[in-house]
Write a protein that binds this ligand. Structure first.
Ligand SMILES: Cc1ncc(COP(=O)(O)O)c(C=O)c1O
Length: 378
């Protein structure tokens, strides 16, 4: 088989994208211009939210949501550990407590049963409880189950849909199930702005505060040196907004291509547990394609398989490492054994190369070598 080089991800950038960005460059208006507004309007309409506030990253979007909700050191954020570290870190930015919830092993999203156990325990503390509901790898969480818990225990839902732009749960776009939601546009995402993110909400107060806080605490209409709040520079520049606007116009086509790529993997991979899309998902917007090696695979065996793939020019990765075992969280007392499902799943997951324009040949090359690696090492 001819040797290929297959990256983990690769953004789709068209001539039209380039033209938009060059036009902005030539316009001389590189920040706080018309494309920011255009992009925000398009995102809001696409996901079905009243407001969208574009910012410099998905992390910034999550942080601003917590700030706008006045999340503080008195509050608790429940968050899965099987996620990107930023989902949890934003609570530490504000010195709040982080409590990790275990996942269910099929979709790898948070487990509502485990969540209920935590909510029951936390109810006794009398603290305000927030849930960071992550739609992992693009797969929506089970919203009916979460809403049932919300009626029983009172908590505030923030949706981390950073990986899930376009996915739908029972016909409704993710990002709109909590008080506010966030999307991210790093180049491995469905659409990219280089770096960037956006928060969406129906709540006017959150939108207004987020707009002020991303812009050094300047309220709408305030002068350049009038700062009503202690804010940040979390602005999205015009080049990024223009690129995002150009990309989101073809989001349906991008989602469809990624869907076809996922289906091709599903039909050609052997010896692994394939990603499952639940019936309640009326639209799946694939972020990454993560397989699970067979139960019983050790971390060492998984890493050997990844190394072998890397040697063949295939950029496969371990995805995710549990957040609760990262140093800042270990220092807060988290350790092995506290989240058994997360820890067991995290040691045998592998993200395969996956992007909008991945070719059949590249996918067959990955499938061939993954099969070989499993035959060698398992
Ligand atoms: C689940 C999740 N949350 C938050 C983020 C943070 O987004 P960003 O890297 O744009 O700050 C990401 C990005 O990878 C993510 O996957």
């Amino acid at each position: 088989m001819e040797r290929l080089k297959v990256p983990l991800s690769r953004p789709q950038v068209t001539d039209e994208d380039v033209e938009v960005v060059v036009k902005i460059l030539k316009s001389g208006r590189l920040s706080l211009g018309p494309y920011l507004k255009l992009f925000e309007e398009h995102v809001a309409e696409y996901v079905g939210a009243r407001y969208a506030v574009a910012v410099s990253s998905g992390t910034a979007a999550l942080h601003l949501i917590l700030k706008a909700l006045d999340f503080s050191s008195e509050d608790v954020l429940i968050v899965p550990s099987f996620t990107f570290v930023a989902s949890a870190n934003v609570a530490l930015f504000e010195k709040g407590d982080v409590v990790f919830v275990d996942i269910e092993p099929v979709t790898m999203n948070l487990d509502p049963t485990h969540l209920e156990v935590l909510l029951e325990k936390l109810a006794k503390d009398g603290k305000r409880v927030f849930l960071m509901a992550v739609d992992i790898f693009g797969h929506p969480i089970d919203w009916d189950a979460i809403y049932n818990l919300k009626y029983k225990y009172n908590f505030t839902i923030v949706e981390d849909s950073c990986e899930a732009l376009g996915s739908e749960y029972k016909g409704r776009k993710v990002g709109t199930f909590g008080i506010a939601g966030a999307f991210a546009f790093y180049p491995n995402k469905q659409i990219t702005t280089g770096e960037g993110g956006v928060l969406v909400t129906d709540d006017e107060k959150i939108a207004k505060l987020a707009k002020a806080l991303r812009n050094q605490g300047r309220s709408e209409g305030a002068g350049w040196l009038e700062h009503e709040f202690v804010g940040y520079n979390y602005r999205m520049d015009e080049l990024s907004a223009g690129l995002g606007w150009s990309q989101i116009k073809r989001i349906d086509d991008i989602i469809e291509k990624r869907n076809q790529a996922a289906q091709r993997y599903t039909s050609c991979l052997r010896y692994v547990e394939l990603p499952v899309v639940k019936d309640y998902v009326t639209k799946m917007s694939w972020f990454v394609y993560v397989v699970k090696l067979p139960k019983g695979t050790t971390r060492e065996q998984r890493n050997k398989i990844i190394n072998y793939l890397n040697e063949q020019g295939i950029e496969a990765r371990n995805y995710f490492e549990p957040v609760h075992l990262q140093r800042p969280y270990r220092e807060l007392g988290w350790s092995e054994g506290t989240l058994p499902v997360t820890e067991e799943i995290a040691q045998r997951t592998v993200a395969l190369p996956f992007y909008t324009d991945i070719t059949v040949e590249e996918q067959e090359y990955v499938a061939y070598h993954l099969e070989k690696a499993i035959e060698y090492y398992l």
